[in-house]
Ligand binder design. Structure first.
Ligand SMILES: [Zn+2]
Length: 378
């Protein structure tokens, strides 16, 4: 926190003031930037509006608050749109009752980009994190508008679902694991005014794996069934789903206890002697058959049935284009259409479908794109 470059000091101070004036409501939504290098420092900002509006840009490695005499962690959390548990966690506090005057607390859980827009644009401030984003991550965009409306937010040509309005407008931007590194346009629009930011997408670090023909051939030799299932799943993940996503919620792991991560999200895969490279769309946990699988957050079951490739599968809609999927289960514990609570059992680990042994494949989709689920549970 103390290692910030001096040139950013003034912007940081301004951000802290703005944060205090415009508390967010994201009690729980803190996504890790741990797979990025955390050292980003650059973005191009242009205001494409009827008149060119002055915009200043700051990149922060942390947004901090200096504790004043008599302040409590609860009061600081309330004034900054977060909660005590978040502050305890991201500051590594052992006792929330023991904070001291002058102590510097982090208010954001990970690196972020903050853009402070000055007079003439409807966007007061945009915060983007993690920063810099890398392949496979979910990027959080928090727009604080000057008016009460809901901005339109686009990543390239993809409309992102915006939750909330006014000073508390949120969108989740998915960066697919195979998305080419490089600049992406993020456009915030309010009426006829547009604020254009450039997200510099960095490369992720992914291992590679070959799935032997003996394991994959029996299923991949039936491309019609495989392709039909893929198309159906893509439709499901792109469709309308019940309710808005609640940025105040936290996700938990779908398994209790520690299990090896046998195949990480984004792993580059080839099948048999083929040279086509795909990316593993989820995180695999090597757990024994029969281990219970739990809903990571509240949601509605969209699908719970046996599939050809994915085996016994469950898909949960969490709102606003956020979905999780669970493949290769030995048992299904829920039915399509059912509402589930966080921690509710949804099935049991198994090895059904295209699988070489008992494991849980946990998948996360945001606006249709597969993203790293582990980023949501740090
Ligand atoms: Zn998998």
């Amino acid at each position: 926190m103390r290692a910030l470059r001096p040139a950013l000091g003034a912007i940081l101070a301004l951000l802290t003031v703005l944060l205090a004036q415009q508390p967010a409501t994201a009690g729980g939504l803190v996504l890790s930037g741990s797979r990025g290098d955390g050292a980003g420092h650059q973005a191009d900002v242009a205001a494409l509006s009827p008149r060119s509006a002055p915009v200043s840009l700051g990149v922060v490695s942390a947004v901090t608050h200096s504790v004043q005499r008599g302040e409590t962690l609860g009061a600081i959390a309330a004034a900054n749109g977060t909660d005590v548990a978040t502050l305890v966690r991201i500051n590594g506090l052992s006792d929330p009752d023991r904070i001291g005057e002058g102590q510097v607390l982090r208010l954001l859980g990970s690196s972020g980009l903050a853009v402070v827009a000055m007079d003439g644009v409807a966007v007061r401030r945009v915060t983007v994190w993690p920063w810099p984003p890398v392949q496979g991550q979910t990027v959080v965009v928090w727009a604080q508008m000057r008016n009460a409306g809901t901005p339109k937010i686009q990543l390239e040509d993809r409309d992102l679902q915006v939750v909330g309005s006014g000073a508390s407008s949120w969108a989740l931007a998915p960066i697919g694991p195979l998305a080419a590194p490089g600049p992406r346009r993020l456009v915030l629009s309010s009426g006829q005014r547009h604020l254009v930011l450039t997200l510099p997408i960095g490369p992720g670090v992914f291992p590679t794996q070959n799935i032997p023909a003996s394991a994959s051939q029996p299923i991949l030799s039936q491309p019609t069934r495989v392709n039909a299932e893929t198309a159906r799943m893509n439709d499901l993940f792109a469709g309308a789903e019940p309710g808005p996503f609640d940025p105040g919620q936290r996700f938990r792991l779908p398994l209790d206890g520690e299990y090896p991560h046998s195949s990480p999200f984004g792993q580059r895969r080839t099948y048999g002697a083929g040279t086509a490279v795909s990316a593993h769309a989820g995180e695999d946990f090597s757990a024994p058959s029969g281990v219970p699988v739990f809903a990571p957050a509240v949601g509605t079951v969209l699908l719970a049935e046996p599939l050809f490739v994915r085996g016994n599968a469950v898909v949960i809609a969490h709102g606003s284009g956020v979905y999780t999927g669970y493949w290769h289960l030995s048992e299904l514990s829920v039915n399509a259409g059912e509402a589930v609570e966080q921690g509710q059992e949804i099935g049991r680990v198994g090895s059904t479908g295209l699988s070489t042994g008992a494991h849980l494949h946990w998948e996360m989709r945001v606006s249709g794109a597969a993203v790293d689920p582990m980023q949501w549970v740090d």
